[in-house]
Ligand binder design. Structure first.
Ligand code: BJW
Ligand code: ZN
Length: 289
């Protein structure tokens, strides 16, 4: 049920928890970039042509329809270039800087490959599914950042959502600077394991945090979908920010319903001693404990 955030004690309770936390972990998903104009996977605009992520973000799709999958990633690279980090990303940067000065540990695990946290200035950050602007050779494994636009001539003006078919020959698709073989986006597709060093760092963070903030993720895709319950089993408070309820909502200590770009700046704002901390929350935001 909707709560009046001007009087809701849960906001003050959350901010009390936040002020005491020593190790704050944040998990973000596509929802945090929605207000920057990057479509989420399972929301409006989540389809590219008639496909969704489960159709294209797989090794078998890349093997079968290499040209099509490259068009999909090329389209997203070019789209993201035109977008900027929003108030949600920036609130996390500001919080990181402040908490670090206070000697606290603050870390972001993002499932997003759009690079907007990095561009916003977050430093304690792990892009657990990789990055749109990094490529990996399918032959020699060479990995490098690649910001070329377009990434290769054959993809110029390709990837438009209203077109069909894709027939770029393999030899004209992006290739490795070291050995000339085909490269792929250095991202984690369905049925692929997250990289071992990434899993190690995730494990460290989820076992040491004493406050876990889950922002803008549907909580459907594993392994990230499992982190809230792992942390909750340690009796560590889990706080969710989302415009709608998710499977994680039932195990979360607090659920704040609303857009991340509006809620995060208020939830993470420095605590002022001369004014109630929840004073500026939007009237339509809802909370659940
Ligand atoms: C707002 C908002 C606003 C909107 N403010 N909020 C255990 C059980 C069941 C299945 C599995 C399992 N373990 C593994 C699997 C299989 C699979 C999986 O999870 N499948 C599910 C579909 C069930 N997982 C994997 O395959 C993973 N690999 C793995 O586990 O390896 C072991 C293995 C090996 C071999 C065989 C099987 C297993 C890898 C998963 C990699 C996911 N990759 C993708 C694509 C990355 C590259 C790319 O982007 O192209 O990652 S899929 C896609 O989903 C992407 C995202 O990071 C990920 C999560 O999506 P996210 O961020 O949650 O977005 P949405 O759109 O779903 O949600 C947006 C949310 O924002 C919504 O809740 C909105 O309400 C909210 N929102 N606006 C706040 N303004
Ligand atoms: Zn190579």
């Amino acid at each position: 049920m909707a709560t009046n955030t001007q009087t809701d004690p849960k906001i003050a309770e959350f901010r009390e928890l936040l002020s005491k936390a020593r190790s704050i972990l944040v998990l973000t998903g596509a929802g945090i970039s929605a207000e920057s104009g990057v479509p989420t996977f399972r929301g409006e605009g989540g389809l590219w042509r008639q496909f969704n992520a489960t159709d294209l973000a797989t090794p078998s799709a890349f093997a079968r329809s290499t040209s099509l999958v490259w068009e999909f990633y090329h389209y997203r690279r070019e789209l993201v270039r035109t977008k900027e980090p929003n108030k949600g990303h920036l609130a996390l940067v500001e919080a990181e800087e402040r908490f670090e000065k206070e000697g606290k540990h603050f870390f972001i695990l993002t499932q997003n490959i759009d690079g907007l946290h990095r561009r916003a200035g977050s430093r304690n950050l792990l892009e657990i599914h990789g990055n749109l602007f990094t490529v990996r050779c399918t032959s020699c494994g060479f990995i490098e950042e690649n910001n070329d636009s377009p990434i290769c001539e054959a993809l110029r003006n390709r990837g438009l959502p209203n077109e069909t078919g894709s027939d770029i020959p393999l030899k004209d698709l992006p290739s490795c600077r070291q050995c000339g073989s085909l490269v792929r986006p250095h991202v984690v597709w369905f049925e692929e394991c997250l990289w071992p060093d990434v899993l190690k760092k995730i494990n460290e963070e989820i076992t040491q945090c004493d406050l876990f903030l889950v922002v803008g993720t549907s909580g459907i895709v594993y392994p990230a979908a499992g982190y809230a319950s792992i942390v909750a089993q340690r009796k560590v408070p889990v706080v969710e920010v989302n415009i709608e309820k998710t499977p994680a909502t039932s195990t979360s200590t607090f659920y704040f319903e609303g857009p991340a770009g509006e809620l995060l700046p208020m939830l993470l704002a420095p605590i002022k001693t001369d004014a109630p901390s929840n004073k500026t929350l939007p009237l339509n935001a809802k909370t659940r404990k």
